[in-house]
Design a protein around this ligand. Structure first.
Ligand code: TMP
Length: 207
C-alpha cells in the first residue's frame, strides 16, 4: 500500500523524532515502510548536504542553494522514493520540496514561482499524500539546540527563521487537505497520536 508522507518544520521542531516514531509504528504493524530524509541519504546527496550545511569556506548564493537542494532531491526521488512507492511501501521523508519553498523562497527571498518550478522539475510528479508540519516558535526551537554545533542555517538570524515559519504556515493554509499542522510544544506522545490518527485514516482509504 503505497503512501508518501513528508515531515516539515523549523529548527528544533522535533520532526525527525516524529518521522522515526511513525516509521517504528508501521514496522511494528508489519507495514512495509521506508524512512528517508533530505538533504543527504544517497551518495550524491551526502556530498551536497555537507556543502550546504557545513560549507563555511565558500560562498553559496541563494540561487545556488536552491539548485543544490534540488540536485540532492532529484537523486533521492529516483534512487529511493520512487522505487519505494512503486514497490508498495509507505515512504516517510524527513523534509522535502516544501523545505525549499519555506527556506529558499520565504527565508532567503527567492522568487516563489522560480523556486516552485525548480522543485517541480526535481520531484518528477511525486507530491506527498500528507505533509506534517511541526510548528514551533523559533526561539523555542532554536533553544532546544543550544550547545550543539550550528550549521549554516542554524547560524541565521531570528528574522530568517521567523520568515521560514510564516512560509510554512502560508503553505499549509493554501493546501489544508495535504497538510497536518501540529503544535510542536505538545508532548511527544500526544503529537505521535495526532499523526497516527491521520495516517490511519489515509491508510484505510487506500485500495
Ligand atoms: P536538517 O536540520 O533537517 O538536517 O536540515 C538541514 C538544513 O537544511 C535545515 O536547516 C533546513 C535546510 N534546508 C533548506 O534550507 N532547504 C531544503 O530544501 C532542505 C531540504 C533543507
Amino acid at each position: 500500500m503505497s503512501l508518501f508522507i513528508t515531515f516539515e518544520g523549523g529548527e528544533g521542531s522535533g520532526k525527525s523524532v516524529q518521522a522515526r516514531a511513525l516509521y517504528r509504528k508501521l514496522s511494528r504493524l508489519a507495514m512495509p515502510a521506508i524512512l528517508t530524509h533530505e538533504p543527504g541519504v544517497t551518495p550524491l546527496g551526502r556530498k551536497v548536504a555537507r556543502w550546504l550545511k557545513w560549507g563555511d569556506d565558500m560562498a553559496i548564493s541563494p540561487l545556488a542553494e536552491l539548485m543544490l537542494f534540488n540536485v540532492s532531491r532529484a537523486q533521492l526521488v529516483s534512487e529511493v522514493i520512487m522505487p519505494g512507492l512503486k514497490s508498495g511501501r509507505v515512504v516517510i521523508c524527513d523534509r522535502y520540496a516544501d523545505s525549499t519553498t519555506a527556506y529558499q523562497s520565504y527565508g532567503r527571498g527567492l522568487d516563489l514561482s522560480a523556486v516552485r518550478a525548480v522543485n517541480e522539475a526535481a520531484i518528477q510528479g511525486l507530491h506527498p499524500d500528507l505533509t506534517v508540519l511541526l510548528d514551533i516558535p523559533v526561539e523555542v526551537g532554536l533553544g532546544r539546540k543550544k550547545g550543539e554545533k550550528r550549521d549554516r542555517f542554524e547560524q541565521e538570524a531570528l528574522a530568517f527563521h521567523r520568515r521560514v515559519r510564516q512560509g510554512y504556515l502560508a503553505l499549509a493554509r493554501a493546501e489544508p487537505d495535504r497538510w497536518l499542522v501540529v503544535a510542536a510544544e505538545k508532548s511527544k506522545e500526544e503529537i505521535a497520536d495526532i499523526i497516527w490518527n491521520r495516517v490511519k485514516k489515509l491508510l484505510s482509504k487506500k485500495p
